[in-house]
Design a protein around this ligand. Structure first.
Ligand code: KIV
Length: 271
């Protein structure tokens, strides 16, 4: 298999080639310069400036409160750190759903003020006009189907989506609609693995799964969950690769101990 590890810059075309060649796409979230710098150095393919920043950075219960200005602040910080990865930014709740002209203005602000390479929108047929309008301005769009956290109050739970035949058919139709409109990829969140594999096989554009099994073209997780910074969130689909909560707590406890015991700073650590 050809490896895309040495590609200088990941573009939407590179992602398309990765799907064609069968190389899985690795995507993680980041919201600030320092973390984005680490991620980009690892060779991650896509960095998502997700509206999950509302939860993990700002402490809100849902993704709804984060504003366009706040997303632009996070996205610009990430873009300043990144040389290789494709930076995709979530359009936050209330900036694209009702009015396609407003959707285009929101997407243009993200592209102009952050320097990101693409935007992501949640939903299918109900936001088709917004997707088309943004694409017509030459802005790459990523779709997001299945569990769409911005609609949490419509559904009331974060349970698995598209479990009935009717919902599965609607999701398949939406995926085809987004591909036809010109989206370069689609995030499939928390849907049955069999359905996700079927959708992925039916599309030419890559699908990126979160809680959608292994039959998709790539995977995405929230960085704070992967690193174990966030301890409260433990869904079945999450694999934690580190316990940074414990590591940071240990380091800070050592610092407190050294300060209290007048061990820090020592002779060599002062002027
Ligand atoms: O906001 C986010 O982090 C996301 C991912 C969970 C896909 O949309």
């Amino acid at each position: 298999m050809i490896s895309f590890k040495n590609v200088r810059k990941i573009t939407t075309h590179v992602l398309q080639e990765m799907k064609l060649k069968g190389e899985k796409i690795a995507m993680l979230t980041a919201y600030d310069f320092s973390m984005a710098k680490i991620l980009d150095n690892t060779g991650i393919d896509i960095i998502l400036v997700g509206d999950s920043a509302s939860n993990v950075m700002a402490g809100h219960e849902t993704t709804l409160p984060i504003t366009l200005d706040q997303m632009i602040y996070h996205a610009a910080s990430v873009v300043r750190a990144v040389d290789r990865a494709l930076v995709v930014v979530d359009l936050p709740f209330g900036t694209y759903q009702g009015d396609s002209k407003e959707a285009l203005i929101s997407a243009i602000r993200i592209m102009k003020e952050s320097g990101a390479s693409a935007v992501k929108l949640e939903g299918g047929s109900e936001i088709a006009e917004s997707v088309e309008r943004i694409l017509s301005a030459g802005i790459p769009v990523m779709g997001h189907l299945g569990l769409t956290p911005q609609s949490i109050y419509k559904f009331g739970t974060y349970s698995v989506r598209a479990t009935t035949e009717k919902e599965a058919e609607a999701l398949k139709k939406d995926a085809l609609l987004l591909e036809k409109a010109g989206c370069f990829g689609i995030v499939l969140e928390k849907i049955p693995a069999k359905l996700a594999a079927e959708v992925s096989a039916s599309l030419k554009i890559p699908t990126i799964g979160i809680g959608a099994g292994s039959g998709v073209d790539g995977q995405v997780l929230v960085l704070h969950d992967v690193l174990g910074i966030n301890q409260e969130f433990s869904p079945r689909f999450l694999r934690r690769y580190h316990n940074l909560f414990a590591e940071i707590s240990g380091a800070v406890n050592n610092y407190i101990h050294d300060v209290k015991n007048e061990d820090f700073p020592n002779e060599r650590e002062q002027y």
